[in-house]
Design a protein around this ligand. Sequence first.
Ligand code: XIL
Length: 435
Amino acid sequence: MTFNRRATRRQFISNGIVVSGALALGLRGTNLAAEAQTNQPGGPSPIPAAAMGITGPGSLKAHAGAKGLLFGTAVEAQLLSSNVDVAQIVIDQCSILVAENSMKMGPMRPTPTTYSFEGGDALVAFGEAHGIKVRGHNLNWHAQLPRWFNATATRDNARQLLVDHISTVAGHFKGKLHSWDVVNEAVNPPDGRPEGLRNGPWLKLLGPEFIPLAFRTARAADPDVLLTYNDYGIETDSDGDVKKRAAILELVRGMKEDKVPIDAVGIQSHIHVGWSTADSKGLREWMRTLRGLGLKIFVTEMDINDDTWKTNDPAEIDAAVAQTYHDYMDVMVSEPAVAAVLTWGVTDAHTWLAGRRFGPRPHGGGPRPGQVTGQAAGRAAGQAAGQVEVLPPGPPPGQSTQQNRPPERPLLFDANNKPKAAFFTVRDAFDTRTA
Ligand code: XIL
């Protein structure tokens, strides 16, 4: 019997049939198929990277690069220096990196007069040592602000605070970065403002002008870096996502008209398992419109939340996540403006979704049993520093949630640093790009 790959992938979701990642990879009947089926945490035989052909010409960066795309991930320099396996994956697979936290204003600004560049500098040094580009994330956001922010920022000094921060930080990294997320998540139509902007701290202090001010200041500090507006909740054709896309389009269109320097839009891509191409017509059109405005598009923070999946079976979850990655990537890489794809984390052991489950609270909940990771530790550190906690967006409306779920499996490598089926479906999707 020959296996129809596409039909098999559809079955992952429509019938809930458990098909191992190896089958999805077309490895059925080979020794690798047998090995890959044991490739679960605690499974008996880890597959050497070379045997899987996932490095060099088999790497994600090679397959992406052949189609004019960068591939990469969010990571912290601290993790790269303390975990050789993760560092090796990054070296093998990535042509671009982004700091998961260390270049945000909270971590970057221990006091109103000091800057902490260590984490960002170390990531840039790692990138230079291994020929990997680095993105900056981010210069302006409503969350992860410094502990001193609320007591210090006023309507009188906020403009100077914003300009000083961006000039100093973008100036420090001048010439060293591929792109900056200049403004992150400034749109939130549910806040009820006519233009759809988020009623966040910077808006309250400065009004909508904080956005063009941030971009102009970034351009003055680093003339060649690509300036990006980055946001989430724009990846489906749900009412909320459609409204948010429209508001972002108005924002960036207005910036273009006013000659505000902006080069790209970042689509965070924190999506849920089961995201479907049937839900992507509006997304495709929107990306086409952005391209028409001369903007590039980056997939900046991709991961797939499995919280809405109907069972706890890891093999089934991995198959469904792999399917969802493929479907999403298929849509994204077929858009010529898409120039880079980054996941938000390297392995399932270090994901911001760790220790989270959706359930009683609308946007995140308590720890998942048995999961304590570096990410959880990082979050604890962030809280200790008095930063605003950031919770993942909740599941799509109408989807059921389950409590007491096992750890999330949202990335391309499992918690034992082994490639998952999703690795291969993403790589396959890169290969289909004709743009
Ligand atoms: C997350 C980090 O992954 C966590 O470690 C931190 O506790 C909170 O922030 N959107 C963004 C990212 O733009 O900066 C967020 O990163 C995830 C959501």
